[in-house]
Design a binder for this molecule. Structure first.
Ligand code: FAD
Length: 630
């Protein structure tokens, strides 16, 4: 049966990628359908109840800067917020929040239900409709056909998903949800390059069985409580609660070692490669054999549940081993496990088969986003989802794709890494992956991206107005600081010592004074001249404006240097490679490089340079070839 309405964009999967994709496409004005297994699981966190962290928080802020939902939903659901690396430079500072799972799902669902141009429909998708080399729709489990001009597939860990607990295993998309078996088979038929990966999750614990009196408490940042979204505020946050800390010990490690003969990972039952940076506890014990203890955070899953998430003991060991290892830790001696930990294996698709827009090279109009591209993490999924949704919408509007550069956004780094290098293990974001990380900070995500988002059509009037006001306030105040001069004649020595640490010996402007290491904006504004004059702005400035002014002035030297580097790099980076170029004819290149370039068909010289095995020398030869018009 053909559904009577035809859509511009169909999104399959209502996880973190799918929800952002659907929202982005609908915000762009395109008629969008979100098809998912179960409306109750929209925005569900499959694993840890937290959003953000180093590198990941940067992605969340970028999604937010382009009008996405993850940051604001976290503001409505966050029960503990922290700024990580707060004592380090602004490039590596990152926001992280524990989220109440139920509130998070509600926040996402209410945005989806109230988004104009967006339709929701609950059904498993079993098939894609393909005509020639173009996707034209999706078919559900009961045979309903939905026609669409572009399809974004965000099936997460569900494609041919298989759950392992010890040597037992069964087919599932994640615990409690069905796998997507027919769709997986159909994608294999379409000959999209694929592989197997795995990830895992810890057992969950009933808080009533935890002895908190024996655990160290870890509160969030309370003064002030951080906020994720540019549209968010602390009044949106629910009640804030602490996390708790315990540790593994020699007994825990013995229990784990004793269970390895029934571990699906160590007996070869699991074929997929797991995430290096989120290893299972059995992996950690094995890899760091000399470490006597690992810290385990007990994170509350919400305000209306007793469930706790023990962060750090993801495992697929048999249940009896899980119980014993949990109970070997201080405070958990009588722990009751509510849900067993498990590993899941699933299909992913080699992201080298994607364009920078996240459209598959093989099938026009078919976009992939999220875990299906070999990444791990809600934030990585959300960022890709937003990009794929935007680009699907742009394509159906007959507009050019938006492909963020590496110097523009972590999203650009993420996609470029995926499509040029592929993945050998689940990929997660780190600040160290970005060569221009000084320019790619959380605090300037809006300065980098909101104007682009507005031009593309995915930033609301309200967000745009707030952004313009902020940008204007920052530049106005920086100008004022640069043009307000203070001299030793105006300021008593004792006053400059109080504010600046030492008396000023000549005339300075306020911007110069603010650049000094121990001076912050707030403090500078308390300075008084001999005749009682203060140097404050006409209006009190919001925290985000003050922060931006401080960073822009204090780090101006580094930021300018990086901007110059970006400029130098940009020309070659963005040099488009002719799509029809047959690299086998570029005889100056080694056979290995020619084969690699022919296989990957990079879109730009920058992408070519990041393909493993393509050396800087090969890039120079290629450049010569292009200059000769070859
Ligand atoms: P998902 O969140 O998996 O969402 C997929 C959505 O698609 C679901 O709503 C599903 O119902 C729907 N769907 C799938 N197939 C179909 C179909 N055929 N028809 C209709 N709907 C469909 N990340 C970390 O960062 N660290 C971790 O330690 C970690 N551990 C994890 C452990 C487990 C057991 C699992 C399951 C995931 C873990 N993750 C972890 C990964 C994290 O959950 C994902 O990265 C993130 O949820 C991916 O988002 P997504 O939108 O791509 O997919």
């Amino acid at each position: 049966m053909l559904f009577p309405t035809e859509f511009d964009v169909i999104v399959v999967g209502g996880g973190h990628a799918g929800t952002e994709a659907a929202l982005a496409s609908a915000r762009m004005g395109q008629k969008t359908l979100l098809l998912t297994h179960n409306i109750e699981t929209l925005g569900q966190m499959s694993c840890n109840p937290s959003i953000g962290g180093i590198g990941k928080g940067h992605l969340v802020k970028e999604v937010d800067a382009m009008g996405g939902a993850m940051a604001i939903a976290t503001d409505e659901a966050g029960i503990q917020f922290r700024i990580l690396n707060s004592s380090k430079g602004p490039a590596v500072r990152a926001t992280r929040a524990q989220a109440d799972r139920i509130l998070y799902k509600q926040a996402i669902r209410s945005r989806l239900e109230n988004q104009p141009n967006l339709w929701l429909f609950q059904q498993a998708v079993d098939d894609l409709m393909v005509e020639g080399d173009r996707v034209v729709g999706a078919v559900t489990q009961v045979g309903i056909q939905f026609r669409g001009r572009a399809v974004v597939l965000t099936a997460g860990t569900f494609l041919d998903g298989k759950i392992h607990v010890g040597l037992n295993n069964y087919a599932a998309g994640r615990a409690g949800d069905p796998p997507a078996v027919s769709l997986s088979a159909r994608l294999k038929e379409l000959k999209l390059p694929q592989g197997r990966l795995k990830t895992g999750t810890p057992p969950r614990i009933d808080g009533r069985s935890i002895d908190f009196s024996r655990l160290a408490e870890q509160p969030g940042d309370l003064d002030p409580v951080p906020v994720f979204s540019v549209l968010g505020n602390t009044a949106m946050h629910p009640r804030q609660v602490p996390c708790w800390v315990t540790h593994t010990n020699a007994r825990t490690h013995d229990v784990i070692r004793g269970g390895l003969d029934r571990s699906p990972m160590y007996t070869g039952v699991i074929e997929g490669v797991g995430p290096r940076y989120c290893p299972s506890i059995e992996d950690k014990i094995h890899r760091f054999a000399d470490k006597e203890s690992h810290q385990i955070f007990l994170e509350p899953e919400g305000l209306t549940t007793n469930e706790f998430y023990p962060n750090g003991i993801s495992t697929s060991l048999p249940f009896d081993v899980q119980l014993e290892l949990v109970r070997s830790m201080v405070g958990l001696e009588n722990a009751h496990i509510l849900r067993p930990g498990y590993a899941i294996e699933y299909d992913y698709f080699d992201p080298r088969g994607l364009r920078a827009s996240l459209e598959t090279r093989a099938i026009q109009g078919l976009f992939f986003a999220g875990q299906i591209n070999g990444t791990t993490g809600y934030e990585e999924a959300a960022a890709q989802g937003m990009l794929a949704g935007l680009n699907a919408a742009l394509q159906t509007q007959g507009r050019e794709a938006w492909t963020p550069r590496r110097d523009e956004a972590y999203l650009g780094v993420l996609v470029d890494d995926l499509i040029t290098q592929g993945v050998a293990e689940p990929y997660r974001m780190f600040t160290s992956r970005a060569e221009f990380r000084l320019s790619l900070r959380e605090d300037n995500a809006d300065m980098r991206l909101t104007e682009i988002g507005r031009k593309l059509g995915c930033v609301s009037d309200r967000q745009w107005q707030m952004f313009e006001e902020k940008r204007e306030a920052v530049s106005r105040e920086i100008e004022r600081l640069k043009s307000t001069w203070v001299s030793p004649r105006l300021i008593a020595d004792a006053e400059s010592e109080r504010v600046l640490g030492k008396a000023i010996e000549r005339e300075y402007n306020l911007a110069d004074l603010l650049r000094r290491p121990n001076v912050d904006y707030q403090k500078l504004m308390t300075m008084q001249s001999i005749d009682g004059k203060k140097f404050t702005a006409e209006q009190t400035l919001p925290d985000a404006v003050r922060e931006q002014i401080e960073i822009q002035l204090k780090y101006a030297g580094y930021i300018d240097r990086q901007a110059k580097e970006v400029e130098r790099h940009e020309h070659f980076e963005n040099l488009k490679l002719p799509p029809e170029l047959d690299y086998m004819q570029v005889k100056a290149l080694s056979m290995e490089v020619r084969q690699k370039l022919n296989k990957h068909q990079p879109e730009t010289l920058g992408q070519a340079s990041r393909i493993a095995g393509v050396t800087p020398a090969a890039i120079s030869l290629l450049l010569v070839h292009l200059k000769k018009g070859g």
